[in-house]
Ligand binder design. Structure first.
Ligand code: NAP
Length: 308
């Protein structure tokens, strides 16, 4: 540890500023506990990459992930939670107060809530890394605008793929959903909307084998998994939505985990007293804003009860 770093101590330090982290902050701050939230790379995390949210209770109007998360933030700050735009690079759970280090600050915290969420899984094919930001995107909200009048592909068959494909039809002339099977995993309501949208087309039973281009993506080499036929199809851009995995590397070897998820009891206690976890750090199944928000609140309530 370097000595030049700022030192900061707090009663509750929350890692992550998604629905879980900010809900937890609303509850701990409102309970009078000194609360600091470390945002991680993006305020709101995965939610801020979501174009439209229409199933968060209390908001019957469709709103963007950024709009929703900024309401969480305003509410947390109203109770004096401090939000630091910084990311943890090292976490030491072997001492208490726990130590969390960022590039410029060493935090010590009596209690920690791990709410680092999840991030997109890449396809893992040649060309993907090279053309990320040059035709390959993981965020329709961020990059959709650049594809006005263009021809794009969306990879995946889940809710994210179908909903983001629908969002992309606002900009692109044509959106092709490329899915490795012949039926979608997405909910029926999303499937129905996509099937009714004339701009959306499908390439079934198809996997992307390589992303090709010179300085930016120009075409995809795809393979039909039933016929084994390989072809090259030109696209202006592709959006990858093939699932997510937890962001939990910093905690590995320090507390009980399973498949990258931090293990918690029903009250959101991890295997270390004083360390709590919530949201997609502990739940890889539901992946819903309302569930993450609820589990963040649970972790916060457990802290206040434990301190009593
Ligand atoms: P998901 O449901 O896990 O779907 C991932 C999709 O990618 C699946 O169709 C899968 O194919 C495909 N896939 C996985 N690996 C692949 C690979 N290597 N190459 C090609 N295709 C691959 O992920 P998600 O769509 O991100 O959704 C995650 C969770 O969030 C779900 O529980 C979902 O319901 C939830 N979610 C909800 C909403 C909402 O409530 N409105 C919105 C977005 C997400 P297979 O189908 O063959 O497995």
């Amino acid at each position: 540890m370097t000595n030049e770093k700022k030192q900061k101590s707090t009663q509750v330090l929350i890692l992550g500023s998604g629905a879980a982290g900010l809900s937890a902050a609303i509850y701990t701050a409102r309970a009078g506990l000194e609360t600091v939230v470390l945002t991680g790379p993006t305020l709101g995390g995965q939610i801020s990459l979501t174009a439209e949210i229409e199933n968060y209770p209390g908001f019957p109007e469709v709103l963007s992930g950024v709009e929703l998360i900024s309401k969480f933030q305003t509410q947390a700050e109203r109770f004096d939670a401090q939000i630091d735009y910084d990311s943890a690079s090292r976490v030491d759970l072997s001492v208490r107060p726990f130590i969390v280090e960022t590039e410029g600050t060493i935090y010590s915290a009596q209690n920690l809530i791990l709410a680092t969420g999840s991030k997109a899984i890449p396809l893992g094919v040649p060309g993907e890394e090279k053309f990320t930001g040059k035709g390959v995107s993981f965020c329709a909200t961020c990059d959709g605008f650049f594809y006005r009048g263009k021809n794009v592909a969306v990879i995946g068959g889940g809710n994210s793929a179908v909903e983001e494909a629908l969002f992309l039809t606002r900009f692109a002339d044509k959106v092709t959903i490329i899915h490795r099977r012949d039926s979608l995993r997405a909910e029926p309501i999303a499937q129905k909307r996509a099937k009714e949208n004339p701009k959306i087309d499908y390439l079934w039973d198809t996997v992307v084998e390589e992303i090709l281009g010179d300085t930016r993506l120009e075409k995809l080499r795809v393979r039909n998994v039933k016929t084994d036929e390989v072809s090259e199809i030109p696209f202006d851009g592709i959006f990858v939505f093939v699932g997510n995995r937890p962001v939990s590397e910093l905690f590995e070897g320090q507390l009980e985990m399973e498949n990258g998820l931090v293990k918690v009891d029903p009250l959101m206690h991890t295997s270390i007293p004083g360390v709590y976890a919530a949201g997609e750090t502990v739940d890889g199944f539901y992946r819903q804003v309302v569930i993450s928000a609820g589990s963040g609140a649970m972790a916060a309530i457990s802290i206040t009860k434990d301190l009593e």
